[in-house]
Design a protein around this ligand. Structure first.
Ligand code: DGL
Length: 276
């Protein structure tokens, strides 16, 4: 039987956003291989129903399991909020999402007990960030705000364009009025807007990137389950270490990946996700 420690970690998202999580995993656990799936044909998830998100997520984890992954990271806040609870018990390998690690660090970081969460409409409507933060600390008040224009702005590459700064101002000013001292970037695309968000928020507000905490939690989980790759079995060619799959527009995905990842992505393979 193959040693599971050398199997890849399955990471999935509705599209390119989860690459911010993959990037953090590579930074914190460089010995691990990543097998990434971006559902570029069906993005965005942030405005879809829970039933649809569960169906899509189920298909994707089936696909990842056919590739022999040892664990799955749901690197999409919307899928973590709406589908993780349903699909995790159906699987016999560890599955983690990004919401719980992000919520945990927000609850621990706030000094004045006022936390803001920005995310897609579905994530905000699910109430999961609020639930987890207040379970950890019932004295914390959570202020959620859906920011649907941020995802297309990031995909357009307008990370610090004046239009993006203005949109950020419109979304964030009502949150600032509540007196928050901590803001969770509860959507995979938002860490790419970090500089713009910080410019609008000023120095008083701490920005939380759930990707960072998720990678930390993944590392602990792999150590605990004796699944961590000790580096004894690595591909000779570092470019073959990670693999990327998408359901549409492979070239556009590859271009985006090469603009944010610390290594070169040679190829993203197209698959028919509806077959899974
Ligand atoms: N990846 C999604 C998330 O983190 C954002 C993009 C989408 O709406 O699909 O919620």
């Amino acid at each position: 039987m193959e040693d599971l420690r050398y199997a890849p970690i399955g990471v999935f998202d509705s599209g390119v956003g989860g690459l911010t999580v993959a990037r953090e995993i590579v930074r914190q656990i460089p010995g691990e291989r990543i097998l990434y799936f971006g559902d570029t044909a069906r993005v965005p998830y942030g405005s879809k129903s829970q039933d649809t998100i569960i169906r899509f997520s189920r298909q994707i984890v089936h696909f990842l399991q056919t590739k022999g992954v040892k664990a799955v990271v749901v690197a999409c806040n919307t899928a973590s909020a709406l589908a993780l609870e349903t699909i995790a018990p159906e699987m016999d390998i560890p599955v983690i999402g990004v919401v719980i690690p992000g919520a945990r660090v927000a609850a621990e970081s706030t000094k004045n007990g006022k936390v803001g969460v920005i995310a897609t409409k579905s994530t905000i409507d699910s109430g999961l960030y609020t639930r987890v933060i207040t379970e950890i600390d019932p004295t914390v008040s959570v202020y959620g705000k859906a920011c649907p224009l941020f995802v297309p702005l990031v995909e357009e590459g307008w990370l610090s364009d004046p239009v993006t700064v203005e949109v950020a101002r419109r979304y964030l000013e009502p949150l600032l009025e509540t007196g928050i001292d901590t803001l969770v970037m509860g959507c995979t695309h938002y860490p790419l807007l970090r500089d713009t968000l910080a410019q609008v928020l000023g120095e008083q507000v701490l920005l939380i990137n759930p990707a960072y905490e998720t990678a930390r939690e993944l590392k602990h989980l792999l150590e605990h389950e004796d699944l961590i790759n000790d580096g004894a079995c690595m591909p000779d060619d570092p470019e073959n270490m990670h693999s990327f799959y998408v359901s549409d527009a492979a070239d556009k995905f590859r271009e985006f990946a090469n603009s944010i990842l610390p290594f070169w992505v040679d190829r993203a393979k197209l698959i028919g996700i509806d077959e899974y």
